[in-house]
Design a protein around this ligand. Structure first.
Ligand code: C2E
Ligand code: MG
Ligand code: MG
Ligand code: MG
Length: 278
């Protein structure tokens, strides 16, 4: 009897989830036009120079009835419904425009934008990126595109070709959430990228003498041996930052420094930032 109740509960939960997904998928199309989307920016700290290296653009969706919907939930839905192209265009254009405004206000800073697996399949992506940079007169070298390791692994040959095309326009490339996507070293070697971004699951609780420490340290060494810059995301504690410095990690990002901020607040934050001592 108990088992039966459990099954009923489970089915109900699943139906509710399904309904939520359908609702979100339907509403996402109108979200841009309705002004429900916005962009936040989180600093990526250059540990060697003790200054802000880039800022990462992170998409936010304020649903009128359901409140804030996290990108980890709606980005996969946007990929399934095909609306991801519009979202990517929205973020790229908004973030590059913001970057140009920061420059006008005296803050010259690199910009990181996330791409999804489906963006890589879009033949028009490089032209879209070029057009956006031209429109806002932002140099390509100021843009770094973050692509998750698992997105790159969906179709390695196709991904490698697209990465070469993107690199040819002068932007830099980063492998996001590194360590969670099952790439082989042979595949990694083929990826024309500039940066490895260690997934936050290894970083948030980083402590000396832990498995995470072994993983983080060897990933930093691996990246450096391949000539890549290495960044850790999800840095929340000073002790974790101290370890990252000791392991010669190039950059760090996380709530320890700042949460994602709106464009104006980010400018103020950068002006005040004088480096965090480990
Ligand atoms: P991501 O690109 O790996 O971004 C890092 C995520 O970690 C962000 O979550 C950020 O807010 C969060 N974070 C930052 N510092 C800390 C910390 O110290 N501790 C912890 N626990 N988390 C931290 P967010 O903004 O919810 O985004 C989640 C994911 O959604 C992103 O992961 C990215 O994969 C995707 N995403 C966000 N914006 C976009 C976008 O414009 N386009 C695409 N394609 N994906 C996006
Ligand atoms: Mg990212
Ligand atoms: Mg990440
Ligand atoms: Mg992530």
């Amino acid at each position: 009897k108990e088992a039966k109740a459990g099954v009923a509960l489970y089915t109900e939960g699943r139906d509710e989830l399904h309904l939520r997904q359908l609702t979100l998928m339907g509403d996402l199309r109108g979200a841009i036009a309705e002004g429900q989307l916005s962009i936040r920016y989180q600093p990526k700290i250059d540990l060697g120079r003790n200054r802000v290296g880039h800022v990462e653009a992170l998409l936010r969706w304020q649903h009128p009835r359901l409140g804030a919907v996290p990108p980890d939930e709606f980005i996969p839905l946007a990929e399934r419904s095909g609306v991801i192209r519009d979202l990517t265009r929205y973020v790229l254009d908004g973030a590059v425009a913001q970057n140009a405004r920061w420059s006008a206000d005296g803050l010259e800073i690199g910009l990181a934008v996330n791409l999804s697996a489906m963006d890589l399949m879009d033949d028009g992506l490089p032209d879209m990126v070029v057009g956006c940079l031209r429109r806002h007169r932002v140099p390509a070298t100021r843009l770094i595109l973050e692509i998750t390791e698992s997105a790159l692994m969906r179709d390695v040959d196709y991904a490698v070709r697209m990465l070469h095309r993107l690199r040819a326009i002068g932007v830099r490339l980063s492998i996001d959430d590194f360590g969670t996507g099952y790439s082989s070293l042979a595949q990694l070697k083929r990826m024309p990228v500039d940066e490895l971004k260690i997934d936050k699951s290894f970083v948030v609780q980083l402590r000396e003498d832990s498995d995470d420490a072994v993983i983080v340290r060897s990933t930093i060494d691996l990246g450096h041996n391949m000539g890549l810059s290495v960044i850790a995301e999800g840095v929340e504690h000073p002790s974790g930052l101290a370890l990252l410095r000791r392991y010669r990690c190039d950059m760090a990002q996380g709530y320890l420094f700042s949460p994602p901020l709106d464009g104006g607040a980010l400018l103020e934050w950068c002006r005040k930032f004088e480096g965090v001592e480990a």
